[in-house]
Design a protein. Structure first.
Length: 82
C-alpha cells in the first residue's frame, strides 16, 4: 500500500490495487485512512521558530478535534475450516 500512497505504481498495478481496495472490506478502509492521515500530516509544517521540533502534539490535538468514526466490524474466522 505504500507504493499506492506514494503513487509509485504502473497503470496496471494501480488498476489492480484499485479493484482490490474496492472489494476488500479491510484494505479499503485502511487505504482511505492512510490517505486521510497523509493529508492531515501535510497540513502541518514545522512549528514556527523551532526547526526540527516534533509535530506530534499538533497531530494529537487535531485528532482529538476530529469526530469519532465507527469501529470497523470484526470478522470472525470461526466456521471457515481453520
Amino acid at each position: 500500500m505504500g507504493d499506492a500512497l506514494d503513487d509509485d505504481l504502473t497503470p496496471r498495478q494501480r488498476a489492480r490495487i484499485a479493484r482490490h481496495v474496492d472489494e476488500c472490506p479491510e484494505c479499503g478502509p485502511m487505504l482511505r485512512g492512510l490517505i486521510r492521515v497523509r493529508a492531515t500530516l501535510r497540513t502541518f509544517g514545522e512549528p514556527p521558530g523551532r526547526p526540527g521540533a516534533s509535530i506530534v502534539p499538533a497531530v494529537l490535538e487535531r485528532l482529538r478535534q476530529e469526530p469519532d468514526e465507527p469501529e470497523p466490524p470484526v470478522v470472525s474466522r470461526r466456521g471457515r475450516g481453520a
